[in-house]
Design a protein around this ligand. Structure first.
Ligand code: FAD
Length: 279
């Protein structure tokens, strides 16, 4: 199918993008286009105007400063995948990136686009949640940051206000006591995950603290499982699996019961990673 007709404008600055959005409330931002263009082609979305943000400078960089990794919204998945600083400072994200789609899609798809799109089966929203990161947004009232815990509100729904642009994400820099785990199950490598899990914690070598388990593909957003986090912090994997408070729905890919079973399988794998591995 072909998309419905739309106008196209290329913004050269954040302010220009903001003013274009203010003039057309139904406009959509075009970043990597890897989710938006298929949606237009299938006529699931028919915005009157696309505002291309690919010409805006200074939002395509990765920077590590004062214990924080800042990733600009236009950083491509492939660029992040090859970035040695990111691999050292945010190894959970580096580990998740190769699971996103295929190389051709990762060459165009952007870090901010993935976060703003908020697909419940996507890897990066779950990583952001597991890391306790934040989303940086730019709007008519200037810049604000939104904690990942508050950003993902529902199915493809976020805390962004109309007319706001994601300019980047921030996560804490990994330290010697950080531990991370990542696993997902998909029918074929590159498909969206049936179920996935991103995890982070700190350890003194004997016990864990700041445990954050973020499952994806099991609800309308990535979700933390607080009872399992508590059990796993005490080293009790069986109790962590038994207390998984997930209720995935049935769909054409799997029943909710299968997904919940797979979540337990992944939790056991990720628990082993957390207990054995250094960043
Ligand atoms: C075959 C296929 C397989 C895929 N598999 C996976 C997968 O396994 N895992 C996964 O996570 N993703 C997958 N994707 C999606 C891919 O990762 C997308 O690139 C990503 O979800 C969106 O990023 P984008 O830059 O392409 O955004 P776009 O498609 O350009 O935009 C997506 C949405 O976000 C909005 N948006 C974009 N940037 C901003 C911004 N800065 N501020 C506010 N709103 C913004 C747009 O207006 C649009 O509504 C797949 C895509 C395809 C086509």
């Amino acid at each position: 199918m072909k998309p419905a007709p739309f106008a196209y404008k290329k913004a050269r600055s954040l302010d220009e993008a903001l003013s274009l959005m203010a003039g057309e409330p139904e406009a959509r931002l075009l970043a990597g286009g890897q989710s938006l263009i298929p949606a237009l082609n299938m006529r699931l979305s028919a915005p009157p105007l696309l505002i291309d943000i690919n010409g805006i400078g200074e939002i395509d960089e990765i920077e590590v400063k004062d214990g924080t990794v800042s990733i600009g919204t236009l950083v491509r998945h492939a660029q992040a995948e090859r970035d040695e600083t990111l691999a050292r400072s945010a190894p959970l994200i580096a580990r998740a990136l190769p699971h996103i789609a295929h190389p051709a899609i990762r060459n165009r798809g952007t870090m901010g686009g993935s976060i703003a799109y908020a697909d419940p089966a996507a890897e990066l929203p779950a990583c952001l949640l597991a890391l306790g990161g934040e989303v940086v947004a730019w709007g008519a009232n200037g810049e604000r940051s939104i904690a990942a815990d508050d950003f993902f509100r529902g199915l493809f729904e976020t805390a962004l206000s109309p007319g706001e642009i994601v300019t980047g994400i921030r996560v804490p820099t990994a330290t010697a006591d950080s531990r991370f785990g990542f696993a997902e199950l998909a029918r074929r490598h590159g498909d969206y995950a049936l179920v996935g899990l991103a995890a982070s914690a700190r350890t003194n070598g004997r016990t864990f603290r700041d445990m954050r388990l973020a499952f994806f593909g099991v609800g309308t957003t990535a979700v933390r499982t607080l009872a399992s986090e508590r059990a796993l912090s005490e080293g009790d994997i069986d109790a962590a699996v038994a207390s998984l408070d997930l209720a995935p729905a049935d769909d054409i890919h799997a029943t909710g019961a299968v997904r919940k079973h797979l979540a337990g399988v992944l939790l056991r794998r990720v628990a082993q990673q957390l207990m054995r591995e250094r960043p």
